[in-house]
Write a protein that binds this ligand. Sequence first.
Ligand SMILES: [Zn+2]
Length: 290
Amino acid sequence: MGKGLALDIGGTKIAAAIVMESGVLANRQQIATPRGDARQLSAALETVIAPYRHQVDFIAVASTGIISKGLLTALNPANLGGLADFPLQDCIQSIADLPCVLLNDGQAAAWAEYQLLKEQCDNALYVTVSTGVGGGIILNKKLLVGNGGLAGHIGHTLSDPLGPLCGCGRRGCVESVASGTAIGAATHGWAQPLSAAHVFTMAREGHTPAENILHRSATAIAQMLADMRIALDLEQAILGGSVGLAEGYLERVTSLQTDLPDIYRIPVQAAYHQQDSGLLGAALWARAIL
Ligand SMILES: [Zn+2]
């Protein structure tokens, strides 16, 4: 298949890199995701893709949101300016007329992480806890994409029916309780509202209210992992994202799992690939299906 151009379209940045046949990433660059409409996203994609278009044989895209039949729809309108049915595949192919494969970013990251686990297990879940909560599911060694592109959106499973309203429109999703955004939002009533990173610092210094916020977030993730384990008979979970990989967070999740009956517990390990998992996973997926 030769070299591919991998793109990772997130809520805050669009990253691009050439992915060599060996899997090595080269010429990585990124720009801020435009805070606007479809026309601005098209222009941003043109800026990112144009310099690479004569250097690669295919394009592989990992994107936040729901990817279905070549279209991109933001599940949480706070991301991507609430885009709906954006013709992502057509837009990219009008910039560079190359074979193009699209995948949700959580699904792409799950596929990249699973390559390191495929000798050890058949069924796994990747979870990213960051600005939002996303994920991807591997069942019987295959990436679950779904006919509508929804598979793996575990951030929008229920954590607390009386919890905060989620950006997707439902109340009490895991994302609305556990994400970095939710951790920051939980301090909005404080004299000095904090970012998620500051909540971690305060908790480390023994600040009980900060500790309680992190406990609530980790509990939501531990319970969601238990639900997914019992629903799908999963064997391994992988935790990534800026909150998921923050000091002490994985240990909180695994320790909360020990309160559960044995059958609900699942081994959890830290994600290996960090900010490049979407790029790498999309490229690996494209090579597998093109
Ligand atoms: Zn939601």
